[in-house]
Ligand binder design. Structure first.
Ligand code: HEC
Length: 100
């Protein structure tokens, strides 16, 4: 009986953590990324920003492109994105993967 409670509590805590992170990601995406990549990740030709919805990149690659940048990329991704730490980049990446 006790063990079941522990298991249920653990699952609950994990679920809450995941949904909080998801919200965080959506929020951060809206603030930091949608200006160039569009509210639903459709991309903005005017900003020369590609669509992110349906991207071939997986979440860890998106997080890395954001948190670390790539010297070969165009601005703003030629260096780490200002004001986004690795945790936040991961949350944003998870959100980006939900865009369809
Ligand atoms: C100032 C405009 C701008 C902002 C803001 C911006 N991006 Fe970008 N993004 C670009 C441009 C331009 C490219 C194309 C160059 C490149 O590949 O880095 C790009 C490319 C990308 C790529 C690579 C896409 C691919 O298929 O190769 C990812 C992933 C990405 N951005 C994620 C993000 C995330 C996440 C944020 C928010 C933290 C963000 N970007 C904010 C302009 C922007």
């Amino acid at each position: 009986m006790k063990l079941t409670n522990v298991a249920v509590t653990t699952i609950f805590v994990i679920a809450v953590t995941i949904s909080l992170a998801a919200q965080d990601g959506a929020d951060l995406y809206k603030k930091k990324c949608s200006g160039c990549h569009g509210a639903s990740g459709e991309g903005k030709p005017a900003m020369k920003a590609p669509a992110l919805k349906g991207t071939q990149l997986d979440a860890s690659q998106i997080a890395e492109h954001t948190a670390k940048g790539n010297p070969q990329s165009k601005a703003p991704h030629n260096k780490p994105f200002t004001g986004i730490d690795e945790q936040q980049a991961k949350a944003i990446a998870e959100f980006v993967k939900t865009l369809k």
